[in-house]
Each structure stands twice: as structure tokens, then as C-alpha cells.
Design a protein around this ligand. Structure first.
Ligand SMILES: *[C@@H]1O[C@H](CO)[C@@H](O)[C@H](O)[C@H]1NC(C)=O
Ligand SMILES: *[C@@H]1O[C@H](CO)[C@@H](O)[C@H](O)[C@H]1NC(C)=O
Length: 390
């Protein structure tokens, strides 16, 4: 029972305790993590940036004590139709690409930016324009978004060719919404979450020759690299193959490395380990006669093996790995430059079909086999499906 005497001593005691705790909290400030670190720890995957720039900081050394911003987990694909009322007619390789991104990244959303009219999108979705259109347009999390395709760059030059139109659409999409853009001939081999959450506001990668490749890039919405690139591509557009694309992103990305957290440039092997050269096309797509087909004794419906590889298997059991086989451990994404486009004939290779991949007789096939095997196991593809899906 509390007596008046107890209260007489308790009240000042409590007051003292409150004061002590207050000073302890104050001094604790010195031992806190920097604001940036706590902010990023407390933030969700899509934490939005709050301003932490040091506008009044007059130091000649730019501060790296900024808040980290995660690149949102959204994938972007672009498909510009020459005639917006025609069918998409997507191929098996397109499905492999979008499915791998969905499977490895678990994106909250997959945007497909296109100029297609509603009737083309309907035919793709309801299955009347082919199997691959149908599977792609029914991907979970897919959002088809109308893209206004520019006819002229801001410098007055007419924009030639669908690839160039796609260049303008992709940069605008990622600048506006943030996320990861990949070309349809790029195949995700693993998750890119560690890159999205690295604290860099934009990430891109080099290609053969050293330029930054415009077939894979990721950024926060409104990122500096995207904003500069978008303006720059309009100014620089000439109709040249890479004048407005690789050349402009290379120039700004390299410059922005100097600004803390604005740009990370990955080595070539990270996103574009091959190239458009005949030699690299052969390395990637050539069918190796010495490798037995993985489908040798298989009929549709039979289970297919997994080929999981242990960390040290390549060194400890080299006999199990043919000399031609590439180790893709260094690559997050495989930009599989299509040999057709460069008129190069690759031994044993015609098209990326389910059979070609499931046989596992080329480097490309081995890289994307785990995805194709899952599609096969899920009953989504059949061994004898054509690459055209009709
Ligand atoms: C598919 O969509 C097209 C375009 O809207 C329509 O004309 C066609 O009847 C649809 N087919 C089916 C099977 O729903
Ligand atoms: C297929 O079956 C034959 C005959 O049973 C066997 O010799 C061969 O090793 C098998 N091939 C594969 C890839 O399993």
C-alpha cells in the first residue's frame, strides 16, 4: 500500500529517472547507424525516395551520405508493330525470355508496352493469333500498356525502323515507371534483386567493344541516367544504328559513375556475354554432335532430368563437362544476339524451338534449359511445338 511517505520519495526518484533516460537517448545519437543505413533497413522493396540531398552543402566533395533507393521490381518489354492492327506473332524464344524474367525475378508487374490496337491484343489474349502470343498475353502480372510511338525525334529527324522506335519507347517507359528493361532476345539466368537493391539508381552493362548496351538496363523512376538519355537520344538521333542508344547511354552512364549512387556499369559478362560476331553466334547456338541428345529416349510426357551443378563439380569432375560448354556463373542475363539478323549460318541451328533447347546440345540450350524444362513439366510446351507457335 502506498503511503504519503512512499510518494514523497518516489516522485523525485521518478523525475530523476526520466532525466537520466533523456540524456542517455541523446548521447545514443552518436552510436546510431548513419541515417541512410537505417532508412534503407526500414524500407520495403519499393521504398520511395525521400529527399536527402544536401542542397546547402558547399563542400567541393560530393557527399555519398544519401538515402538508398531501390529500383522497383517491375519488368518492361516493348513490342512495336509496324501495322498496329496486325497480329503479334511472337515466337517461342519470346516466351522463354518473358517467362524466365517472371520466374527468376518474381516481378510485381510485367509491362508490355505496345502500339497495338485492342483487336490485336484481343487475338493474342484469346489464342487466335498463335500459341506463344496466347501464353505471353496471359502471363501472371502482365499489364499491356499503350505506347505512343514517336514518328520524329525532337531534332526533326524521322525515326526509321521498328528497333529505333522501340529504343524511344523503352527509355520513356523506364524513366516514367522505374524497373528493369530487357530486349526479347535477353534471357534471365538468375535474379537481379541484389542489383536492384544495391543502392544504385541505375544499372547497365557493357557489351563487346566496351559500349554500354541498351538491351538491358534498370533504373528508379525519374532517374538521372534515364532523364539525360531520353533528352540526349532526341538530340542525337541520326538514324545510325547506335548513335541515339548505346552511344548516349554510354556517355552519360560513365559520367554519372562519379556521382554517388547514380550509375553502376557491370562488366560485359554480366548481361551481354556473347555478341553479334559470327564466332560468338557459333559459340552460343552451334549444335555439338558429340553431345548426346537429352531427348534421345524421351517421348512427350516423360520426365526430364534437372542437371543441377554443384559448386566445385567443374573442377572435381571435369570429364562430365565438354570442352565447348560455357560456365554462365558470371552472367545474370544472357543477351542472345540472334544470328539470323546478321545473316550468319550456325551449324545445326535454325530456330529456337522447344526441341532445340530440351536436347541440350548447345551453350544457349544449356543456359535456358532449366526454364524450358519447367515449361515442359508444367505442360505449357510440347517437344514438337514450332518456334512460330502455329
Ligand atoms: C478473339 O478476339 C478477336 C478480336 O477481338 C475476335 O474477333 C475473335 O472472335 C475472338 N475469338 C475468340 C475465340 O474468342
Ligand atoms: C537411350 O537408350 C539407349 C538404349 O537403351 C542407350 O544406349 C542410350 O544411352 C540412351 N541415351 C540416353 C541419352 O539416355
Amino acid at each position: 500500500m502506498l503511503t504519503r511517505l512512499h510518494l514523497k520519495f518516489l516522485a523525485p526518484g521518478l523525475a530523476l529517472l526520466v532525466i537520466l533516460v533523456f540524456f542517455l537517448l541523446l548521447s545514443d545519437q552518436h552510436f546510431r547507424l548513419p541515417a541512410a543505413a537505417t532508412a534503407s533497413l526500414c524500407k520495403g522493396i519499393n521504398g520511395n525516395p525521400t529527399s536527402s540531398s544536401h542542397e546547402t552543402d558547399t563542400s567541393p566533395f560530393p557527399s555519398s551520405d544519401r538515402e538508398y533507393t531501390y529500383i522497383p521490381n517491375q519488368a518492361h518489354f516493348v513490342y512495336v508493330l509496324a501495322d498496329p492492327t496486325s497480329d503479334f506473332g511472337l515466337h517461342f524464344s519470346h516466351y522463354l525470355s518473358i517467362y524466365a524474367a517472371w520466374r527468376h525475378w518474381k516481378p510485381e508487374k510485367i509491362y508490355l508496352h505496345t502500339n497495338a490496337h485492342a483487336s490485336s491484343i484481343d487475338r493474342a489474349t484469346n489464342g487466335t493469333s498463335g500459341k506463344w502470343d496466347n501464353l505471353i498475353f496471359n502471363m501472371p502480372g502482365l499489364e499491356v500498356r499503350h505506347a505512343d510511338v514517336p514518328t520524329h525525334a525532337n531534332n526533326g529527324k524521322a525515326i526509321q525502323g521498328l528497333e529505333h522506335k522501340s529504343d524511344f519507347v523503352r527509355v520513356e517507359a523506364v524513366r516514367e515507371l522505374g524497373g528493369v528493361y530487357i530486349d526479347w532476345d535477353v534471357h534471365a539466368l538468375r535474379d537481379v534483386r541484389v542489383l536492384r537493391e544495391s543502392g544504385f539508381r541505375a544499372v547497365a552493362g557493357r557489351q563487346l567493344g566496351g559500349q554500354v548496351n541498351s538491351g538491358v538496363f534498370m533504373s528508379v523512376a525519374g532517374g538521372k541516367l534515364m532523364t539525360l538519355w531520353q533528352t540526349g537520344m532526341h538530340e542525337r538521333y541520326t538514324g545510325g544504328w547506335t548513335t541515339h542508344s548505346n552511344e548516349v547511354i554510354t556517355k552519360y552512364a560513365e559520367r554519372l559513375v562519379a556521382e554517388p549512387g547514380e550509375a553502376l556499369i557491370m562488366e560485359r559478362e554480366a548481361f551481354a556475354p556473347g555478341s553479334w560476331n559470327g564466332e560468338d553466334n557459333d559459340m552460343l547456338f552451334a549444335v555439338h554432335g558429340d553431345a548426346p541428345s537429352n531427348l534421345a529416349n524421351v517421348t512427350q510426357g516423360d520426365a526430364l532430368p534437372a542437371f543441377d551443378e554443384g559448386f566445385a563439380d567443374r573442377w572435381e569432375r571435369p570429364g562430365e563437362f565438354p570442352e565447348w560448354e560455357r560456365d554462365w556463373s558470371r552472367s545474370y542475363l544472357l543477351h542472345a544476339f540472334n544470328p539470323d539478323r546478321f545473316g550468319h549460318k550456325v551449324k545445326g541451328f535454325d530456330h529456337i524451338t522447344p526441341r532445340y533447347v530440351l536436347e541440350r546440345r548447345s551453350n544457349f540450350a544449356r543456359a535456358v534449359y532449366p526454364i524450358a524444362r519447367e515449361l515442359y513439366n508444367e505442360g505449357l510446351i510440347e517437344i514438337d511445338d514450332s518456334y512460330l507457335g502455329v
